[in-house]
Ligand binder design. Sequence first.
Ligand code: SER
Ligand code: ZN
Length: 537
Amino acid sequence: MWVSMRFTGVIEIIFNKMLTDDIKKEIENLIKYLNSDYLKRGTKDPKEAAHINSYVFRESGIILEMETGSKVRIDEATLRVKNILTTSLGSKYKIGVRRVVLHKPTIILDNRISISLKIPLIKSIVNDGEHSIIELIELDENDLKKPLFLRLLRLIEDKEQRAKWGGKSEHWILIKKSDRKIMKAYVEDPNDVLERIGWMKRMSIGQWLYTPPLTHMLNALKRLFIDEVIKPLGFEEATFPKMYPLEVGLKTGHLKGVINSMIFASLPRSYDISEFEELIDLMYVLNEVPPEELQKYLRTPSYFLCFAQCEPFYWFFENEILDDNSLPVKWYDYSGPSYRWESGGIHGIERVIEFHRIEVVWLGKPDDVIKIRNNLLERYEYFMDKVLDIEWRMAWVTPWFYEQSGTFQELKENIIEVNRPGTIDFEAWLPYRGEREDNKNWIEMGNISIHGTKFTEAFRIKHNRGETLWTGCSGFGSERWFIVLLAQKGFNIDNWPKKYIEYVKTTPFPKSLNTVTYPKTKDNRELLAKVIDLFKW
Ligand code: SER
Ligand code: ZN
């Protein structure tokens, strides 16, 4: 934050009549009143208020030089000047204000900003060594009524914060780790094995079809997680949509934060099939779909595909008022996939474009939200240690947007205060990648967050007695947990956690597909035969 922030600007007010000497005299009195009273309202510190430094009359207008602090900002001060002139002169002199223009609106920040800002609203940014001077384009009354300054200042603050964060989206601090459990590591890449034996087939980049045996295994793991972690804590299943209107992403902040990883959807331009005639004819003849032709028949994107999976939860409670009876709300959803565009590093079902997740969400008063998070953490730990018996660790990963909310305290002797907004990641070692000592051989398979008021504010979710409401969410990435299990235990089910085997065995194990041409090579068929053998019981 800035220690001080000043605003300057030149207000031009144009009246619908020439100014007589009487009117001018009256305006001079009004300016005195503005400077001594009306422009000072809203703050005790006159420096934080607004002041008209000088003015000159024109034939039918007046030009005022204004300087303000941050409590009565230049936009607000300009509107106050206009209002006083309109109400005080209007009835007495039958004169009205035709136009208000704020020339050279300028923000003077007490320290230099290092970020660049390229939006049409900004005319120039000058750093004079001590200050950053941001000049905006001319603003009219309509512009002044919008919270442009507020949003611009927030943007500058966010960008500065992100720049300080060093381009990283988060910081990583180890909180806890399991014992070493793997003595003799299985070194094959399970993604590779699953593909070779034909349990899954890649449809397009980062997108797979899971055949029944793999689906069976994934479902057993999901059911186990739900029974061991989610249900004992009283969460109830909901069904969330998987394609969201853009406004939702604007409010959650995803569009501003991770737009480069989001996938968008467009509606057709028309519902009338005859309007597609040319395109259809073209596909007949070319036997292909030229994407640039197709684009002509589509509207601009109006949705983004499910990204964080908790977006509909905040949307649902938008503008709702909750009372103690309905709180806390504890739901989970696993009704469909999430999408994340990854430009590199896509690998097997570990890092994909389309993935499946159990998303756990909760809403309540801060103490309850923290308690729920802590209960979940406990269950996660139990799940990793006692149910799956894997080698894991937990890290406090603080996204930059939590840090700016003023809640961040410097780390003291590596003790982290976790009962506050922030995110904890669950990670597991993937032995096939290499040594456990190297961080790049670990994978994040889940996370758990407290958001504070980030979403309750954005979606105006209220409590009937005005108490603060917070939210939390946690994602269980099904494919990743499964890969962790395979990577640490191998394919020999004798080494697998008993409880999981129980879940796998509750229904008959599906047949692996074995056709004339699938799986592809002799090697792969032999590998499949071995796996099928392991899965006989
Ligand atoms: N919704 C959260 C996320 O996107 C948890 O899954 O990280
Ligand atoms: Zn979430």
